[in-house]
Design a protein around this ligand. Structure first.
Ligand code: ZN
Length: 282
């Protein structure tokens, strides 16, 4: 059996300031160690449950956050950010998926660093009418590949809003309860490790007993995207398959979820490039 783990940072415990999240941030080393420790605990428990191969997708920012010195032999790690299915690159070859350090979608109250992929570009994204978090987008891609998400650990608000609603079969571990965008309460690492090991055991039982399912959205897939700024919509609307419905809103349709996801990634690159172009012309 093969397991896939996608690791983000904003939903990790104790992460509350921007300095935790950037390569040059003052507190970045702290969060790298915590994220690595949590990932290795989950990896170890998966291995104890019979998963002989584990693929880890380092999935925040430039996607080179996890420390690689102590990775066990059963692990392969995917690093670097420009990849076909971003945070779920590698999931296709696995039997189950687990998401760690995940956070709530953009415009969520009381949730540290609420955003959806690009804080600078995305106000809202709807997939077939469902307002989607990174968790949902990634779970839909995994679902189209017939891979169920069996465990999500991260911000309690994400778990309450999206995981319990759309993937109730998935085990959850709250790593933090946010008081605002920039503060949160978290359990000790000792408690988190215990909770994660128990959750992995339950998730494996759920999988063995066929009490989990891939999360599938219908096709063709309709995507509605609300951007942050008009220059981003101006650039994206140049594409012939994109329909602009007003100043900040665009829509497009694809025949598969994976195509919807890849298109969204490409639109984020266009949006970011337009913002950089604007900045450079100051
Ligand atoms: Zn992130």
């Amino acid at each position: 059996m093969k397991a896939f783990i996608s690791v983000d940072l904003e939903g990790m415990p104790y992460v509350v300031i921007p300095g935790h999240l950037n390569l040059k941030g003052a507190q970045y080393e702290e969060v790298r160690k915590i994220a690595t420790k949590i990932t290795l605990v989950v990896t170890d428990q998966l291995h104890k449950n019979g998963f002989d191969k584990i693929i880890i997708a380092d999935s925040h920012g430039p996607m080179v956050n996890l420390l690689v010195d102590d990775l066990p032999e059963c692990v392969e790690i995917i690093r670097g950010s420009l990849r076909p299915t971003s945070m779920v690159a590698g999931v296709a070859e696995c039997d189950v998926a687990l998401f760690l350090g995940y956070h709530a979608k953009a415009a969520t109250e009381n949730s540290t660093f609420d955003h959806t992929y690009s804080g600078g570009s995305v106000h809202k994204i709807l997939v077939n009418g469902v307002e989607s978090s990174e968790f949902l987008l990634n779970a839909y891609v995994a679902g189209e590949l017939n891979v169920p998400v069996i465990l999500v650990a991260g911000d309690r608000q994400l778990l309450e809003d999206d995981v319990k609603t759309y993937a109730p079969w998935s085990e959850t571990v709250a790593l933090k309860q946010s008081y605002s965008r920039l503060s949160a309460k978290s359990p000790s690492l000792v408690k988190i490790e215990k909770d994660l090991r128990n959750a992995v055991n339950r998730a494996h039982s759920n999988f063995s007993e066929k009490n989990v399912q891939p999360l599938v959205t219908k096709t063709p897939v309709e995507v509605k995207l609300t951007l942050r700024d008009t220059h981003q919509a101006d650039a994206i609307a140049l594409l012939p398959f994109v329909k602009r419905t007003d100043a900040l809103n665009i829509e497009y349709t694809t025949s598969t979820m994976i195509d919807a996801y890849k298109t969204f990634q490409a639109l984020m690159y266009i949006s970011a490039a337009t913002s950089v172009m604007l900045e450079r012309s100051r």
